[in-house]
Unconditional design. Structure first.
Ligand code: TMP
Length: 212
């Protein structure tokens, strides 16, 4: 089973992925955790270019193709083998991030991005996507604090430095895209305690596992 987590910056995806991984392992599942960008060796090189504050001269199209390249490598080397081995694989971001950030955020055509993603994922769309939804003002404040604490502002801060308007378009884009893909998405209010959020996620994941 392939599960992805999506949302703007600072929604608490990392915490929830850890909680879900522990829960699934305790229930007897074999679980791999991965992320985009940077889920493969080549992807880690692409991540440096994509997230560094110095990449301000990147064009929208170049950014798009680097995310797609990262994904194609990630699917081939990490996701496909895990799914074929019968594992649960959880990815922190995946193809929906491209549709929402490069599409609704940057203004590229979401329909075209869906088609380009079809090439990159080669049949491996997620079985379940958890969208953690939060007000961008709250999320960005959390993400900035985390980057400052981890001293990652320069290395990883390019998207956090985007305007609040950009992040609001991304948030709305996620909600629109989730409504268009209801069979796969669950939307969770991330402005709750980690335990409250996890209770909702657990319920949805168990439901999905039982229906397979
Ligand atoms: P993160 O690892 O802190 O979530 O940072 C990844 C950033 O990359 C995040 O701001 C969203 C952005 N992104 C895209 O714009 N398009 C994509 O396809 C992916 C996977 C991420």
């Amino acid at each position: 089973m392939f599960i992805t987590f999506e949302g703007i910056e600072g929604t608490g995806k990392t915490t929830q992925i850890k909680l879900l991984t522990n829960f699934l392992k305790e229930s007897g599942h074999e679980v791999d955790v991965t992320l985009e960008p940077g889920g493969s060796r080549i992807g880690r090189e692409l991540r440096k270019i994509l997230l560094n504050m110095d990449s301000t001269d990147i064009t929208g199209e170049c950014e798009l193709f680097l995310y797609l390249a990262d994904r194609a490598q990630h699917v081939g080397q990490v996701i496909k083998p895990a799914v074929e081995a019968g594992k649960v694989i959880i990815s922190d971001r995946f193809a929906d991030s491209t549709i929402v950030y490069q599409g609704y955020g940057r203004g590229l055509d979401p329909k075209l991005l869906r088609e380009l993603n079809d090439v990159a994922v080669s049949g491996h769309w997620p079985d379940l996507t958890v969208l953690l939804d939060i007000d961008p003002e709250i999320g960005l404040k959390r993400a900035m604090t985390r980057n400052l604490q981890d001293n990652k502002m320069q290395e990883e801060g390019r998207f956090e430095a985007e305007s609040i308007d950009f992040h609001s378009r991304v948030r709305e884009g996620y909600l629109t895209w989730a409504a268009l893909n209801q069979e796969r998405f669950v939307v969770i209010n991330a402005d709750q305690t980690p335990d409250e959020i996890f209770t909702e996620i657990k319920e949805k994941v168990v439901e999905r596992l039982q229906s397979r």
